[in-house]
Design a protein around this ligand. Structure first.
Ligand code: F0G
Length: 482
């Protein structure tokens, strides 16, 4: 069901779409890549896209759109108030999630700003299956703290647990008993748990967590940004839902959430976001913040064209043959890397392929940012742009010390329907070469360190001339190939 069978050869993930618009790519020689990463302060966020061959930084706002989405954008109804386009999205949200109130925002973190301002007061504790960088920042800005209630397997980089994104409902019950429900404004479940490798939670787990929330009268907030992957994994990994349609699974998830928010840069393959709920109280609490921070209630900072595209994109997300594309390409990439001994997070999740830097460059101490160093090395080796998801992505402790991350990962995101199988094979080849030569990779140190979300704009330098040595080895092995 999850893969089309081949008769004469091993099956590979099959694109269930054809490519009708293309963008030219350039692969710069390794010497230029060494220069480009130095100019970018060894921070892949600061690379220019023209210096990148395969951009695997993120799947945010860069998924391929469909012909249906593009054509819907042409008929968007441009009006400040009461746009027909907005009504279309509102109706689509109600059709899929069964939630009648919808608040539009310009992207996912804007939803988090509104939720945090409406709900979080100093001293509050916010239980989650795992944090995401932006939600943690907004909760912190409003005086709250995050409490992660995952099972220990969540942090096991290699595992066969199909649902590492699960929350432990007993720990949640214990926390409520300990501090009281009054200090817990909401519980947050993140679909396709980003920072532990795009790992899903099961529907059974969501139901168990929801029951605990209901008993304590605490709203459950679902971050549905990575819902598409989580829907796919529930269907293929959770026995009770093997025969259920994606729409049924989506509705059942929504029925066990009080508030749903999402980044439409991911869910719906466009750019925007929104919050939906059936609670009039929740709606009224948050509603007045939308015109202050986002825009009027019928656009929320989004262009109407994007709103049209989201409405169509949400509908397309209910198609198994659409949402299987990301996870099946990721599983292929992960399998091929594993065959060549490259340490990755298993089971493969959604969003991208996650390389375990702690093992890949085990000789680099955590204070020299192994995942950041590996991300720079991966760019040098293949022009591939990944994202550090480790200590660099953490904030410093109040005393200025490093907060060493539980995991040191480099995420190679696969924007949906963007890369072909031969491009994935190229990436596997370069990563395998780099792994063979991993002893050449060295650490990084900060040159310029911002105080908040430092991974976005921070600048670093290599601790030695290891990048030049890596380029020399590349030339020796690849000759005059780029
Ligand atoms: N929640 C999750 C689970 C996310 O992955 C993101 C963004 C957000 C919220 C914030 O949404 O970017 O629209 O403001 N993740 C991006 C990424 C940045 O690259 O993984 P946003």
């Amino acid at each position: 069901m999850s893969q089309i069978k081949f008769y004469y050869q091993d099956a590979v993930p099959l694109e269930m779409h054809k490519v009708r618009i293309v963008q030219k790519l350039r692969l710069k020689p390794v010497e230029e890549r060494v220069r480009a990463i130095a100019e970018a302060g060894n921070n892949t966020f600061l690379l220019k896209n023209e210096d990148v061959f395969l951009d695997m930084l993120t799947d945010s706002g860069v998924n391929a759109m469909s012909d249906q989405q593009l054509s819907a954008m042409m008929v968007a109804d441009d009006s400040y108030a009461g746009s027909t386009t907005f009504t279309k999205l509102e109706q689509k949200i109600e059709e899929i999630f069964g939630k009648k109130y919808f608040l539009p925002t310009h992207q996912g973190r804007a939803c988090e700003n509104i939720l945090a301002r409406a709900y979080v007061k100093p001293g509050d504790v916010l239980p989650m299956n795992y944090h995401f960088t932006t939600v943690k920042a907004h909760i912190g800005l409003n005086g709250g703290t995050v409490e992660e209630l995952y099972y220990p397997e969540a942090l096991a980089t290699t595992s066969d647990n199909p649902f590492k994104g699960n929350m432990d409902p007993e720990r949640l019950r214990g926390l409520i008993a300990q501090i009281g429900a009054a200090q817990i404004p909401f519980v947050r479940m993140e679909a396709g748990t980003n920072l532990i490798g795009g790992q899903p939670f099961s529907l059974a787990n969501l139901k168990a967590v929801y029951a605990v929330c209901q008993a304590a009268n605490i709203p459950l907030v679902l971050d549905a940004s990575l819902l598409a992957d989580n829907l796919y994994f529930i269907k293929v990994r959770e026995d009770a839902y093997r025969d259920a349609s994606i729409r049924t699974i989506a509705r059942e998830m929504a029925d066990h959430s009080d508030i749903i928010y999402f980044s439409a840069r991911k869910l719906g393959h466009a750019r925007g976001g929104g919050i939906c709920t059936n609670s009039q109280d929740a709606y009224m609490r948050m509603r007045e913040l939308v015109p202050v921070y986002e825009g009027f209630l019928t656009y929320g900072g989004m262009s109407v064209r994007e709103i049209e595209a989201i409405a169509v994109g949400l509908d397309e997300t209910m198609d198994f043959n659409m949402i299987n594309q990301g996870p099946s390409f990721i599983a292929y990439m992960a399998d091929e890397l594993q065959k060549r001994g490259v340490p990755i997070v298993t089971p493969p999740g959604g969003l991208g392929c996650h390389i375990n830097a702690m093992e890949f460059v085990s000789h680099i101490p955590q204070q020299e940012y192994p995942a950041g160093a590996l991300a720079a090395a991966i760019y040098i080796a293949g022009g591939l742009r990944g994202m550090e998801r480790g200590t660099l992505s953490e904030e410093r402790l109040p005393d200025g010390g490093e907060h060493f991350s539980n995991m040191e990962l480099v995420r190679l995101a696969l924007p949906r329907r963007v890369f072909t199988l031969s491009q994935i094979k190229y990436a596997v080849d370069r990563l395998s070469w780099l792994h063979e030569n991993r002893h050449l990779i060295g650490g990084l140190k900060f040159v310029e360190e911002p105080k908040v979300l430092r991974f976005f704009l921070g600048r670093l330098a290599p601790v030695s001339d290891w990048q030049q040595k890596l380029a020399i080895q590349f030339r020796a092995d690849f000759g005059d190939s780029l």
